[in-house]
Design a protein around this ligand. Structure first.
Ligand SMILES: *[C@@H]1O[C@H](CO)[C@@H](O)[C@H](O)[C@H]1NC(C)=O
Ligand SMILES: *[C@@H]1O[C@H](CO)[C@@H](O)[C@H](O)[C@H]1NC(C)=O
Ligand SMILES: *[C@@H]1O[C@H](CO)[C@@H](O)[C@H](O)[C@H]1NC(C)=O
Ligand SMILES: *[C@@H]1O[C@H](CO)[C@@H](O)[C@H](O)[C@H]1NC(C)=O
Ligand SMILES: *[C@@H]1O[C@H](CO)[C@@H](O)[C@H](O)[C@H]1NC(C)=O
Ligand SMILES: *[C@@H]1O[C@H](CO)[C@@H](O)[C@H](O)[C@H]1NC(C)=O
Ligand SMILES: *[C@@H]1O[C@H](CO)[C@@H](O)[C@H](O)[C@H]1NC(C)=O
Length: 478
């Protein structure tokens, strides 16, 4: 091959470079208008994403993944953990939610997540007694069903199960140290990975003095020196704190998967699309180059981004940002440029196609309304049901005036209710309009239709891509 051909080959690999082997996404569905499962699965395929993590075993989500060969982590919610301490119940769960899909052209289930962050301090120990028995029963049921060598049960844990001022000092949290040792010993015996959720954003959110750049991967000036090992970002430091905690119980080489990692785009002063873009840019490059971490250098890390799509009905107890974790908006449209191949190109994700929206009608505070006494109560009512998190301090719609606030709340409720009759009234204070009240940074959204999907224009799109590929390869031949 001549230099020109080599150059062209590089160009081609660059243009069609595939995403890192270890990359997956979390698919949550706590939304007023969840995207149809088929649309989500198409999004995964179009973006080359080959691993997905669910938060339950919802049959419509799982069924939509059939025949795709996408690797799936299904889950048992915390609320079902105590039931799973009964072996027969665990066996039924596995039969119904794993084995059923295990056929040629079925679903490629790789993991069962037993609970989700069950040892969070905020749960007051509610799941301490049930998690390990549930884990053991599920793995036993998988083994008995004959799928135990390919499907592994594990427990996605929050990074708060371990502590350490420096990565080398990592140890499991003292109040659960014995339990954690039993769990990791069991995981090791069954050949299952440790799954941990790591959130540099939360390091920043929880600590006003946290060095901002250290949350990203291009910080440079903020470093932590751990007995000669220099950490340049909190992700590596956190990951290695876990490595040390595992080492302390003689499991220093146990496989670690990052179950959740990401950056929200609204609902807090540090939750911005620009920061998310910066974070993911560094993360994707790291993942693609298999740099690993100082204690596990040159290693491939499997990780699941949190999350794929915004979820407007999530609890905001942890913070208003909870509803804005998506790399895509509620309607499957990209929020910022992101190159999943880790080459740092200025490219967009492939959006959900042929989305169908409710009519272009917004609900606003009636400019003719005279008596505004009841406005506060009506805003509160709207925001109790609908998502108003973009109005808060540091958020995209925080600059609105008081009537803008009312309009935003009324519209959020009206769209949440799918524009049904009577949902834009608010004791006569509201009125419908066909004029978009959105401002520069603040989007008054129109919700998507809940039903009647299914129309897509995939054939022409695929045909175009095929055409491009063919012409590129024909060109290579000269
Ligand atoms: C299968 O999973 C679904 C969704 O999490 C759950 O509602 C159902 O009870 C499970 N089936 C069995 C038999 O446990
Ligand atoms: C945990 O305890 C706190 C304080 O007693 C209480 O407010 C909270 O509701 C409890 N949470 C759960 C999940 O039980
Ligand atoms: C867990 O079990 C211990 C010992 O059996 C018991 O004392 C404790 O109350 C249990 N905790 C919960 C939250 O059920
Ligand atoms: C981890 O699992 C391997 C394989 O089953 C076993 O040989 C080893 O002793 C286990 N290590 C610990 C610390 O339990
Ligand atoms: C304004 O509305 C409130 C209740 O919404 C009512 O109590 C009050 O009398 C009204 N004021 C006037 C001047 O109409
Ligand atoms: C609008 O609502 C937000 C969130 O409740 C509040 O912080 C802000 O002060 C309000 N603005 C005005 C002008 O009332
Ligand atoms: C608001 O969001 C919708 C849905 O993603 C998008 O189509 C529209 O362009 C946005 N409007 C503004 C003003 O940003």
């Amino acid at each position: 091959m001549g230099t020109l051909q080599v150059f062209k080959l590089i160009l081609i690999l660059g243009c069609f470079g595939s995403i890192a082997e270890g990359l997956g996404v979390n698919w949550g569905i706590i939304a007023s208008h969840p995207l149809p499962p088929k649309t989500v699965v198409q999004l995964l395929k179009d973006n080359g994403i080959k691993k997905v993590k669910l938060f339950d075993a919802d049959s419509s989500s799982i069924s939509a993944l059939a025949g795709t060969n996408i690797e799936v982590m299904v889950a048992i919610p915390n609320s079902m953990l105590s039931m799973m301490t009964d072996y027969d119940t665990a066996k039924k769960w596995v039969d119904r939610n794993v084995t059923r899909y295990n056929f040629d052209g079925g679903v490629n289930v790789k993991f069962v997540a037993v609970g989700n962050e069950p040892f969070l301090s905020s749960y007051n120990g509610s799941f301490l007694n049930v998690t390990l028995p549930a884990l053991e029963n599920i793995q036993k049921a998988l083994n008995e069903a004959g799928v135990g060598s390919s499907v592994k049960a594990t427990v996605p844990l929050n990074a708060d199960v371990y502590t350490g001022d420096l990565p080398s000092a990592g140890r499991f949290r003292t109040d659960i140290a014995d339990l954690m040792t039993q769990i990791v010993t069991f995981l090791n015996q069954s050949g299952s990975p440790f799954v941990v959720n790591i959130y540099p954003f939360l390091s920043l959110y929880d600590n006003a003095n946290f060095p901002f750049d250290y949350a990203f991967f291009d910080g440079g000036s903020n470093t932590v020196n751990d007995n000669g090992i220099v950490y340049t970002n909190v992700f590596d430091a956190n990951f290695d704190t876990l490595v040390s905690a595992l080492k302390a119980v003689n499991l220093g080489s146990m496989e670690i998967i990052v179950g959740e990692v990401g950056w929200p785009t609204d609902g807090d002063i540090n939750a911005k699309a620009a920061y998310a873009q910066r974070f993911y840019n560094g993360l994707m490059k790291k993942l693609a180059s298999n740099t690993g971490t100082p204690l596990r250098p040159n290693q491939y890390i499997e990780m699941y981004l949190f999350g794929l799509i915004d979820e407007d009905s999530k609890s905001v107890q942890p913070g208003n940002f909870e509803r804005h974790w998506g790399i895509l908006k509620y309607d499957g449209q990209p929020k910022f440029n992101m190159d999943l191949t880790g080459q740092g190109r200025d490219v967009t994700l492939v959006p959900a196609k042929s989305m169908q929206y409710q009519s272009k009608t917004w609900c606003i505070l009636d400019p003719k309304a005279q008596n505004l006494t009841a406005i506060g109560n009506n805003i509160n009512y709207a925001c109790t049901f609908a998502d108003c998190t973009s109005l808060g301090y540091g958020s995209t719609c925080n600059g609105l005036d008081s009537s803008g606030n009312a309009s935003y709340a009324f519209n959020a409720y009206f769209q949440d209710q799918s524009q049904v009759d009577g949902s834009c009234d608010f004791q006569g204070l509201a009125t419908e309009t066909a004029q978009d009240p959105s401002t520069a940074g603040c989007n008054f959204t129109i919700q998507i239709l809940l039903d009647s999907f299914g129309y897509r224009v995939l054939v022409p799109v695929k045909a175009v891509l095929f055409h491009v590929l063919v012409s590129v390869f024909l060109e290579m031949l000269w």
